[in-house]
Write a protein that binds this ligand. Structure first.
Ligand code: SF4
Length: 245
C-alpha cells in the first residue's frame, strides 16, 4: 500500500523541473487523486513556463500559487551566495552600504517554500509528494515519511539518479527542457537543475549566463545588471580577504 492509498489524496509539488515532471508521469495512473501545486515566482524561464502550462492542461487539478520574487528583492534585498556584513541591516544602519543583500535561502524561503507550505496548511493537505532525490543534496532536510511539517512527505524518487530521471522522461515521451542540454561550469558537465528564477542574481553555480546570452538576450541583460549590483557589494570584501591571504 502506498502513502497515496493510505491518505486517499495527495498534493504533488510541481516546479516545472525534471524531477517533479518525472513524478507527474510516474503517477499518471493516479492523477484523479492528485492536486498539482506550482509556485510561480513571476521570473520563470519561458521554456520552463511552457512545460508548466503544458502540464496544467494535462492534469485534472492544477493549482498555481503566485508570488513576485522581483518585487520582493526590490523591497527587501538582492539575493546572493555571499552576503557582505556591510549589506546586512546592521551594516546599513551604520551607513556602511546603501544596498541590502540577503542570503539566497532567505529569498527562496520567502518566495517559494513558505508560500507553498502555507498553502498546504490552508488546504488541509495530509500528504505531500515531492521529487526530491538523495543525489540532490549532501543531507536532506526532511526524509520521506516525516510528518513534522503538519503533513506526511512521500518522496518516490528518493533513490533515483539524475540519469535515471532523464532516461525515464525519454521513455515516457515527456518534454525535456533544452536548458538541460546546455553544458555549464568549468567541467562543461551536463546541467541537472533548471533555475527557479531566470534572472536571480544568486545560485552562481547554475552557470546561467552563457545560456541566457544565447537564448534570451533580454533576460541576460537583466540578469547581468542584478549580478553587477551584487558584485559591487561583495567584491571589496573579497579583494580584502585575498589581500590578507
Ligand atoms: S531563485 Fe533567486 S530570486 Fe528566486 S526565490 Fe530563490 S533566491 Fe529568490
Amino acid at each position: 500500500m502506498t502513502p497515496l492509498d493510505r491518505h486517499g489524496r495527495g498534493a504533488l509539488h510541481f516546479s516545472g523541473g525534471k524531477d517533479s515532471l518525472a513524478l507527474v508521469y510516474l503517477l499518471r495512473p493516479h492523477w484523479d487523486r492528485l492536486a498539482l501545486y506550482h509556485v510561480d515566482t513571476g521570473d520563470l524561464l519561458p521554456e520552463v513556463r511552457e512545460i508548466v502550462d503544458r502540464v496544467e492542461a494535462m492534469v485534472p487539478d492544477f493549482r498555481r500559487i503566485e508570488t513576485d520574487a522581483k518585487a520582493w528583492t526590490e523591497a527587501v534585498g538582492l539575493p546572493s551566495d555571499l552576503v557582505p556584513t556591510t549589506s546586512t541591516p546592521m551594516g546599513l544602519a551604520i551607513g556602511a552600504s546603501r544596498r541590502r543583500i540577503v542570503d539566497r535561502f532567505e529569498c527562496c524561503a520567502a518566495n517559494l517554500m513558505v508560500p507553498m507550505h502555507q498553502r498546504m496548511i490552508e488546504d488541509g493537505v495530509s500528504l505531500v509528494i515531492r521529487g526530491t532525490k538523495r543525489a540532490d543534496l549532501a543531507r536532506l532536510p526532511h526524509e520521506g515519511g516525516e510528518t513534522s511539517l503538519g503533513y506526511e512527505l512521500w518522496l518516490p524518487l528518493l533513490e533515483w539518479s539524475h540519469d535515471q530521471v532523464f532516461e525515464f522522461l525519454r521513455e515516457v515521451g515527456a518534454p525535456i527542457c533544452r536548458i538541460y542540454e546546455h553544458r555549464a561550469g568549468p567541467e562543461r558537465s551536463r546541467r541537472v537543475n533548471a533555475p527557479e528564477c531566470a534572472t536571480c542574481p544568486a545560485w552562481w553555480s547554475e552557470g546561467r549566463a552563457a545560456y541566457l546570452r544565447k537564448h534570451h538576450p533580454d533576460l541576460h541583460g537583466a540578469y547581468r545588471a542584478r549580478l553587477a549590483a551584487v558584485a559591487a557589494e561583495v567584491t571589496p570584501h573579497w579583494n580584502a580577504l585575498q589581500g590578507e591571504l
